[in-house]
Design a protein around this ligand. Structure first.
Ligand code: IVH
Length: 669
């Protein structure tokens, strides 16, 4: 391809990609599949490789580029980034309204009310429509240049729909599901958890290496204009519409109000709907719509008189840290729990709060007897978010993490790259008990009627000392009957449930064994790949590493586990008791040449020649994965008779659809 054609093609691809990017990340109505999008990106990348001098900073290929920075440069905000005064209740809102109406000489006033997104404020600068600089708010006058990190956020356009020079403001945040996923991953790796989505968004954008921000699923809502050249707007509502038409992601929930009563009702409705949002909001922002009126109202020393931030009542309370309890989990990790003076918080009485690890105690400088702020984050266990040192009396005492296991007394150790202290005595009663509780739990062997309390009781009575003993309990029926709260019926049910669990497909057993780093998902993958526990237990490091989902750390953990003589003995006893060691699902023999390898398939409508289950098995054999609903991620839809809304959606998204006959042909191949 000659240079001129390449240049034209590159431009065309960039426009297409930017458009699909906007449809997906800003407007949430994709028109093409991920594969098609990747294909466009690939074409662009190939052309840019051929003509490297045609690469420009606004090319979609440049979102995650760049080497880690040595430090962030300072950025002066031409228009200062202000913060807002707060309103905490209805009376504060009415006061605000009164002041505004007085300030504009009793003219009619219109307000725009928006959600107050709980992230961090950012400023984005565009010159002639191209994104040139992104910055944090800093102290309002000077922020830090975080352009590299902001570029990785897909909802931030690299190029606007018009070549305007504009500086906009908005909030960068981490959606709740991304936050939960990130913390789960961090927990599995033994890394310290983020306290809330705002901290994790801020932490991600403060990284000097843009690859970290790129991996963090951040998003933005843009809510204001700092500087605008060549165009003018007279109303904030008009500004929001302009922002949207330029390609920014604007939160759709804003409304215009003439009367404060209706505005207050709107705010109240959001106080209720707030938990259902997929991102965190900490209040609502009320802004005067007219820029002429804003001018008249002006500023106080700290903030504009034409806007106010209403803060939802905090799900926080102050109480006293009365003690710290230390417990040992199944992995030996020692976790401290705060014992609090009971306090009522968002409708429940809170007596305990998680402290995660010792580092947090030290970081926050917690002393026993301290007044602390506790907060409820979603439905999760409350946590201590702040210490109030100003309320100290001098009676407070430092807390010492134990150096010995509270259950077995052996020395606690800290592994090199971990924060948690661990008990590594395999005979520690806590490890054994918690390990057995894990073994019977829902995602593991799922033994009904065998809850934490019963397991602890059986263990204390000496009826079980390892999970293998569960499968020999039927020989000790009389002793079971002698236990407290155990009648004939419950003993029989329990023994029956234990017996039934022998038939579980082996991934449950693999997960239940509690091998370090092997979660339920990894257990499934291992079961699928190896098919049988005896094959897995002899697997080499190379064989384990061949599997995509298994990294070196997990591989080593698996090898260490199976090399222990007591593990071999345990497995032999389980087998002797008749516990199933093989995988009962459909095995995917790795192979990229099967017609559906790696594809996500949706079945809809009725098939005439196969049952649904048969069809699913065949798809799995061909390397495909069956999911229930059609989305951008779907690669193929198999539509039988009377296919309805799923088929419609697939057609709308441009996903490949085949009928039953074509599917059968595929199976023949
Ligand atoms: S307007 C002068 N609108 O809340 C007006 N702020 O103190 C400046 N925020 O630092 C802000 N959502 O980070 C505005 N819809 C919204 C907002 C919002 C979140 C943050 C912003 C600002 C703080 C207000």
């Amino acid at each position: 391809m000659d240079r001129l054609t390449a240049e034209r093609k590159i431009e065309e691809l960039r426009q297409q990609i930017e458009r699909h990017n906007r449809l997906y990340h800003v407007e949430d109505r994709p028109e093409i599949t991920d594969q098609e999008y990747d294909q466009l990106m690939r074409e662009l990348r190939d052309l840019e490789d051929l003509y490297p001098d045609l690469v420009t900073s606004d090319s979609p290929t440049q979102r995650v580029g760049g080497e880690p920075l040595p430090h962030f440069e300072k950025v002066e905000h031409k228009v200062p980034m202000l913060s807002l005064g707060n309103a905490f209740d209805e009376a504060d809102l009415r006061d605000f309204d009164r002041r505004v109406r007085q300030g504009v000489g009793e003219q009619p006033v219109r307000y725009v009310c928006e959600l107050k997104i709980d992230g961090l404020a950012v400023s984005l600068r565009y010159e002639n429509g191209l994104f040139v600089q992104g910055a944090t708010r800093g102290d309002g006058q000077t922020g830090e240049d975080i352009t590299q990190n902001l570029k990785t956020i897909r909802s931030i356009p690299l190029r606007l729909s018009k070549p305007v020079t504009i500086e906009v403001r908005g909030e960068a945040f981490m959606p709740k599901p991304a936050f939960e996923k990130l913390n789960q991953e961090r927990e599995a790796k033994g890394e310290p958890l983020f306290a809330n989505p705002r901290n994790s968004a801020a932490g991600s954008l403060r990284q000097l290496d843009p690859k970290i921000a790129a991996s963090r699923s951040l998003d933005t809502f843009i809510y204001g204009i700092g500087e605008l050249q060549g165009e003018s707007v007279d109303f904030h509502s008009e500004g929001l519409e302009l922002l949207q038409s330029l390609g920014f992601k604007v939160n759709p929930e804003w409304r215009v109000f003439d009367a404060i009563d209706e505005l207050i009702a709107f705010i109240q409705s959001w106080a209720e709907k707030r938990p259902a949002l997929p991102y965190e909001i900490d209040g609502m922002v009320i802004k005067v719509d007219s820029f002429a009126q804003r001018q008249e109202l002006g500023f106080t020393a700290k903030s504009p008189r034409w806007a106010v931030a209403y803060k939802f009542p905090a799900e926080e309370a102050v109480t006293v840290l009365e003690g710290i309890e230390v417990s040992v989990g199944r992995t030996g990790a020692v976790t401290p729990t705060a014992l609090l003076k009971p306090v009522s918080l968002a409708g429940t009485t809170v007596k305990r709060a998680s402290l995660h690890n010792e580092e947090i105690i030290r970081e926050k400088g917690l002393l026993l007897g301290d007044h602390v702020v506790v907060k409820k984050a979603g439905d999760i266990i409350p946590e201590i978010v702040a210490v109030l040192p100003e309320r100290r009396t001098g009676e407070e005492r430092p807390f010492q993490m134990p150096t010995h296991c509270p259950e077995c007394g052996s020395d606690l150790v800290r592994f090199e790259d971990e924060v948690a202290l661990r008990c590594i005595n395999p005979d520690c009663p806590a490890l054994i008990r918690e390990g057995m509780i894990h073994f019977v739990s829902r995602l593991a062997m799922n033994i009904e009627g065998l809850g934490e309390k019963v397991v602890a009781q059986l263990y204390e009575q000496g009826l079980i000392t390892s999970v293998a003993d569960l499968y020999y309990l039927h020989e000790r029926r009389d002793e079971l009957l002698n236990m407290e709260r155990m009648g004939e019926k419950s003993v029989d049910n329990l023994l029956e449930a234990i017996e039934a669990s022998k038939q579980n497909s082996v991934e449950r057993l693999i997960f239940g064994l509690g091998i370090r780093l092997v979660g339920a998902k990894a257990a499934k993958v291992l079961a699928e790949q190896f098919g049988h526990l005896d094959v897995l237990r002899q697997a080499t490091r190379e064989q384990l590493l061949e599997i995509n989902e298994i990294g070196p750390k997990m591989a080593d953990s698996i090898l260490t586990y199976f090399s222990m003589p007591q593990v071999q003995e345990l497995l032999d006893r389980l087998r002797a008791a008749g516990v199933n060691f093989s995988y009962k699902g459909v095995r995917v023999e790795a192979g990229n040449d099967t017609p559906l390898a790696g594809k996500t398939v949706v079945l809809t409508g009725t098939l005439n020649t196969l049952t649904r289950q048969e069809a699913e098995e065949k798809i799995a054999l061909l390397g495909g994965k069956v999911t229930g609903s059609v989305s951008k991620k779907t690669d193929l839809v198999i539509a039988g008779d009377k296919a309805g809304s799923k088929l419609e959606k697939a057609e709308k998204l441009g996903i490949e659809v085949i009928d039953e006959a074509a599917f059968l042909k595929l199976l023949d191949q």
